[in-house]
Design a protein. Sequence first.
Length: 263
Amino acid sequence: MGEKKLKVIVLTQKDGFFIPTNILKAAQECDIVEVVNNAAKSSLDNKISDMVRWFGFFQCAKMGIRTYARKFSDLVDNLTGLKAYGGTCSIASAAKKIGAEYRTVTNVNSPEYVEHVRTVAPDLIISYSAPQVIKPELLGIPQYGVLNVHGALLPDYRGCLPSFWYLYNDEKLGGATVHYMSAAIDDGDICVQKSVDLSDCRTMFQVMGRTKLVGGEAMVEAIQRITDGTLEPRKNDTENGRYFTWPTVEQAREFRKKGKKLI
């Protein structure tokens, strides 16, 4: 493929802390033409009431204050032509920084969006915490498939909110996995994995900070390997790993009793 960069669509959800930086890093290795805010029902933006039930009002208020402070930073960034923070405070600003189209899509499996992707004809789709299961019709469009970065070391900790379950289970080592997406959740072949120490983490925000960082690095490495033809995926042996769903209120109560927090 020589020096030609892959044409890429990014599927993600609203985030002002970690994902924008990962988009900017990936853009150094490929041509990101579109960034999609996948505003599905299962996105964290739409689970605020669940977050309050799990972590309590004061923890969610603390997270809200930090989130609004980040939104103010994003406003300042845009007023300065993205010079203040370099597009790192929102996925929309990251898209603007790299010259990519930004759009909000509720259902990326809709016939309208699938047809749009066919028209764009990306070489690759990459997912940073996209909240929808992508169906075969969309999975089959890019020549090099759809890559997802999951905040855990697959095949273990497949499913929802690995930052919660890592702390709940008192794990000392975590990480991130870039894998091919398939019709099942966190089931596709593994491309790149990177581990990280979690032994001193007490909050989900700390865990996410570390796993998102190495996840971004792993995605960059995966893109590089696809570009130079050296990617060698390996089987994701899901029979030897655990799958976790959203926590129950009782599990969240146990989480807090252990001294673990959202932020």
